[in-house]
Design a protein around this ligand. Structure first.
Ligand code: HEC
Ligand code: HEC
Ligand code: HEC
Ligand code: HEC
Length: 244
């Protein structure tokens, strides 16, 4: 009886989660783009391909999209210690859809299962030849009015952790960064290893630990809407990094 109640509870919880947008995994999440372009039922192909990927995008593995060539206006302020710069940033992978200027269903290697032929197009081609809705009209990263390529009104992206002073892969004590009001970094393995603040990953650029879109967001897991690695309840995601 108790086991049955447990089973029913587990089932109803499962159904509740499936019915909402708070899903773990890509299928059924806001990143299940088969809802935008129904010419394929493959969910990964909008971002990754097993063959013929853009190998210059090392931090976003097997990347299936041409990176945006837009010139962005970066976040800056009089109190920033570091300098945000998207040059060679993995965040360009997110902006290849989220700046609203590039179609979400344009990929380098479209799924062969659609046309039964090999579909490699270095510059990108739309899956199935019929475009879905461009994000420009749905949900780009909120832009400065009239300037979709501006990140001036967004949290700094591709910015050195703590304003600088955190070597990638090194343990950096709290207070040891250029801006001391930051949590300690746990690192290991040098430039080929990892750097994290709690569960939040930092990314390697020039052997310095950087904050990127995917430090805060896991594009594969929408358990904490919107794709947050740490819940925003009590602003826990913010205080994971900022000692405030
Ligand atoms: C909307 C875009 C998007 C979709 C869809 C997507 N990914 Fe990713 N994936 C990314 C990005 C961006 C990264 C690199 C950022 C990160 O997570 O560190 C990544 C990283 C990864 C990684 C390496 C890092 C890690 O988290 O282990 C794996 C493995 C991966 N993806 C597998 C998949 C698989 C399998 C699918 C389909 C079920 C999928 N991805 C769907 C964007 C996507
Ligand atoms: C292939 C295109 C594509 C890529 C690449 C992509 N996204 Fe998205 N993303 C979308 C679309 C489409 C939506 C849904 C927009 C909507 O609902 O209006 C979305 C939604 C989101 C949302 C809102 C989720 C919600 O529940 O409302 C977040 C946050 C997000 N993406 C972050 C990211 C981050 C961070 C990356 C890179 C690690 C990324 N995305 C890469 C296309 C993409
Ligand atoms: C992964 C770590 C990380 C997380 C999570 C994070 N931040 Fe930041 N934040 C930084 C870094 C690094 C800077 C740049 C600091 C510098 O260079 O002075 C920054 C800068 C800022 C600034 C601008 C400071 C200035 O001087 O212009 C504000 C405000 C801010 N963060 C607030 C927030 C809020 C609110 C949240 C939660 C929604 C948050 N941060 C989450 C790392 C993080
Ligand atoms: C420092 C942490 C942090 C970074 C870096 C960050 N985000 Fe977010 N993002 C958040 C948080 C927190 C929210 C939820 C805000 C809310 O509750 O309204 C959010 C919300 C979003 C949303 C949903 C729409 C909205 O504005 O609420 C999208 C889309 C998104 N982020 C995309 C991105 C992309 C793309 C990047 C990189 C260019 C990025 N984010 C970088 C913390 C971050």
């Amino acid at each position: 009886m108790i086991n049955q109640i447990r089973l029913l509870t587990a089932l109803s919880l499962g159904l509740f989660v499936l019915g909402g947008s708070a899903v773990a995994g890509v299928v059924g999440s806001a990143h299940d783009l088969t809802t935008i372009n129904a010419n394929t039922n493959q969910v990964c192909v909008f971002c990754h391909t097993p063959h013929g990927s853009d190998s210059t995008v090392t931090a976003a593995p097997l990347w299936n999209k041409a990176l945006p060539t837009d010139t962005y206006t970066e976040y800056s302020s009089s109190t920033m210690d570091g300098t945000a710069s998207l040059t060679n940033s993995v965040s360009l992978a997110c902006l290849s859809c989220h700046d609203g200027a590039n179609a979400v269903d344009t990929v380098i290697n479209a799924p062969t299962s659609v046309t039964k032929t090999y579909n490699y197009t270095a510059g990108g081609a739309v899956i199935g030849g019929v475009a879905g809705t461009n994000m420009a009209t749905t949900n780009p990263v909120p832009a400065v009015a009239g300037d979709a390529a501006s990140l001036q009104n967004d949290h700094p992206v591709s910015t050195p952790y703590g304003g600088g002073g955190a070597a990638f892969g090194a343990n950096v004590a709290a207070g040891a960064t250029t801006d001391p009001a930051f949590t300690a970094v746990v690192g290991s393995g040098g430039a080929t290893g990892t750097s994290k603040v709690g569960v939040l990953p930092l990314y390697n650029k020039g052997d310095v630990a950087f904050v990127e879109c995917a430090s805060c967001h896991d594009p594969h897991d929408n358990t904490n809407v919107p794709f947050l690695r740490v819940s925003s309840a009590s602003s826990a995601i913010c205080t994971t990094c900022h000692v405030k």
